[in-house]
Design a protein around this ligand. Structure first.
Ligand SMILES: Cc1ncc(COP(=O)(O)O)c(C=O)c1O
Length: 400
């Protein structure tokens, strides 16, 4: 089942897309002096940058592309190391490998985001980038990550793919690092099928990231512009149909976030009121997180397993998608035949935390996250009350 944006599809998306269809201009580049050309991708970039509070935004065809463009923009060199948490989507690692870097896996903490203390342990002379992930909509311990980057002269690229609109310390995530990257795939806060957006406050990084995403061209080119191309790029451009759809979704983001936070708040209060011994909640680093999931944690793995079974769900450890231990394509990866870099159970604290955690859905009901049990962003108060009661009925007897 898709993420929250899906449930808010309506006439606005249809109108935006029809606007493009009737114009006939499907590429982000059209005839600027023809009023029929609606410049949806450009408008999306302007409004997105304004929302996040950065000077620039670049619309791309996926979050993965955005991460690759960000790494190229900072000048990542072959073999440079990038610190990445062990609990994230594979794209956080594969984007690094695709541009010649080496992901170094870091433990997570109780917030299920990168543990800054372990990140410090993993720094070597080859480390260039820290790439924290605001996992499941929860901002990472950003201040500690920024301090670390400052201390060791590293670049921070925020993987915000799961956290559009989340704030940390009064500012949106994505505005803290040198660059931030968002995904608009079907499971995300807003959804345009497949799409991504990169943001930065730095005009030189903007120029380089733009060039990489558009065959080396300078931003907002008119035509081919021979002689102006500064780096070798590829094509990661967003088209106007996607841009139009994304624009309609973006204009709903505050409504979507408000609904998520309200539903999660009620669901959490009701589960808290059940007063189940041994149950706690994942640490949330800022109350203005996205609230897409409610993660419950238990003191022992055995108890978490029994709860998961009772809920017909899984602990996060067994949920599939986002756990390094389940990424056979990463575990089998051997750069230039030089032997494996990663192996199962290499992050014992991450393993233990994920074995004791269960994701309950609020806005993303994705078996790949283990969130088979829970509510949806459209659930009524009655439905949320019933779900919390059901939770208590199933879980309480296991606590003796
Ligand atoms: C944390 C994280 N990083 C990167 C990505 C990649 O985004 P996309 O699927 O748009 O390429 C995702 C998408 O699921 C993600 O969750």
């Amino acid at each position: 089942m898709p993420g929250p944006g899906f449930f808010f599809f309506g006439d606005e998306e249809r109108r935006e897309v029809e606007d493009v269809l009737s114009s006939g201009y499907l590429s982000r580049y059209g005839s600027d002096d023809n009023p029929d050309f609606k410049q949806k991708v450009y408008t999306l970039e302007q409004e997105f940058a304004q929302l996040i509070g950065t000077r620039h935004a670049i619309a791309v065809n996926s979050g993965t592309s955005g991460l690759m463009a960000a790494l190229i923009a900072i000048g990542l060199q072959p073999g440079d190391e990038v610190l990445v948490p062990g609990y994230t989507f594979i794209a956080s690692m594969s984007a690094v490998i695709a541009v010649g870097g080496r992901p170094v896996l870091v433990e997570i903490d109780e917030s299920l985001t990168m543990d800054p203390r372990d990140a410090e342990q993993k720094i070597t002379p080859r480390t260039r980038v820290i790439m924290p992930v605001h996992m499941l909509g929860n901002p990472c311990d950003l201040q500690a990550i920024l301090d670390l980057a400052h201390k060791y002269n590293l670049v921070v690229i925020e993987d915000c793919c799961q956290a559009l609109g989340a704030s940390y310390g009064g500012k949106r995530v994505g505005s803290y690092g040198a660059l931030g990257v968002f995904s608009l795939n079907s499971y995300k806060v807003i959804n345009a099928g497949d799409a991504g957006i990169l943001v930065t406050g730095d005009s030189e990084l903007y120029r380089r990231a733009f060039a990489f995403h558009d065959q080396g061209h300078l931003p907002l080119r008119k035509g081919v512009e021979i002689g102006n191309r500064t780096i070798l790029g590829i094509n990661m451009r967003m088209n106007e149909l996607t841009g139009a759809f994304a624009l309609a979704q973006l204009r709903k983001v505050e409504r979507i976030l408000a609904a998520l936070r309200e539903k999660k708040g009620l669901f959490k209060r009701l589960i808290q009121a059940l007063d189940i011994r041994g149950l706690s909640f994942r640490r949330i680093n800022d109350p203005l997180e996205c609230a897409t999931l409610l993660t419950v944690q238990f003191e022992t793995e055995e108890l978490a397993d029994r709860v998961a079974l009772a809920l017909a769900s899984k602990t996060v450890f067994y949920s599939g998608w986002h756990v390094y231990n389940n990424m056979e394509q990463l575990l089998e990866y051997q750069p230039w035949g030089g032997g494996r870099l990663y192996h199962k159970n290499m992050l014992p604290r991450t393993d233990s935390l994920l074995r004791r955690s269960i994701n309950l859905s609020v806005g993303v009901l994705d078996p790949g996250l283990g969130s088979d049990f829970g509510i949806s962003v459209l659930s009524s108060e009655d439905e949320i009350e019933r779900k919390a009661e059901e939770f208590g009925r199933l879980v309480r007897p296991l606590m003796v």
